[in-house]
Ligand binder design. Sequence first.
Ligand code: GAL
Length: 392
Amino acid sequence: MKKLLLPLGLLLGAAGALTAQKFDGLAETPPMGWNSWNTFEVDIHEDMIREMADILVESGMKDAGYNYIVVDDGWEALERDENGQLVPDPEKFPSGMKALADYVHSKGLKFGIHNCAGNLTCNGFPGGRGHEYEDARLYASWGVDYLKYDWCEHGTADAHETYSTMRDALYAAGRPVVFSLCEWGDSEPWKWAEDVGHLWRTTGDITDCYDCQGEYDMGWKFVLGLQVGLSSYAGPGHWNDPDMLEVGNPGLSLTDSKAHFSLWCMLAAPLMAGNDLREMTPEILQILTNKEAIAVDQDPLGKQGYLFMQHPSKQIWVKELSDGDWAICIFNDGDEPYTQRFNWAHYTFLDEDAIYTVRDLWQHEDIGRTDRKYEIRIAPHDVLMFRLSKAG
Ligand code: GAL
């Protein structure tokens, strides 16, 4: 039999092409789950993580779509072992990460973990730089389904190149993993990360205040302002990530939490709860599990909402949905109550030949139609959130 001889370069090129890709078919809608960072930072323990998994299921959050439990920074021991492998902190995670992942999986949830594309994580634990392939194999052996990959201690490394290496390593390890780039938007990842990861952070860290601004972190209203102009970069399998939710955390009022959640849904943002689920009030649970708001976030069309209009003391965000529907969120970002007068002719993106029914996604009722005018008062920091559907 005649052997088919291919040039070596072609063969190597083909092998490279096989691994130079992210896992397709994941995060077709923005990922949802719970992450340890916003409340616990590095003060984490396997018992607490198990409890969070239990509550995610028992509270109804899993049924509402929250299915990832992500352990953020602080899970590792300070050194790799003698074989260069990452090791979990033996006091915080005495049973090991595989056992924890097994537990999370036994609850019908998925398991996520954090590490860093630099030499060290932001809290001084071993980073992944130069260890990408062995780390990816280790994560696969533990059953990791989601990797949040940070950007501390990266030196002069190029973000696109560094994150692409980890993408290839994850793909080569063979276990489908949602790859979450946490590069803080420094090198505008929305312009290059569609083929690298499933989501990418667009800003520095969120913290639990309305509009504060620190050196490294900021309140959600400030983060919101930085999302303007990014909507065209998001879509199924590749999302802008304006950071995790602060809903229910001490620095936000109930109104702030409701508005923050509504606007993150408008942004088609990944919905990663970051509150202590053990302390969650029924009102906060109601916000986090508002299925009509979540349906806006998770809409299969996968369009991120955009800022349609900004006036002193109000912002109007709109989001195209499947079946010709639209979501509209009017946010009173001033400090006084505001009365919104609705003249639907101003909403020029709507089909001018159609009449829509207007459904209030917080009252859970139809409140009118677009052939009528009305006024609604909005309290400071509060939102109105509507779904418009063509009337039959
Ligand atoms: C930051 C990241 C946070 C958290 C923290 C852990 O860079 O933005 O979300 O992961 O690192 O040290």
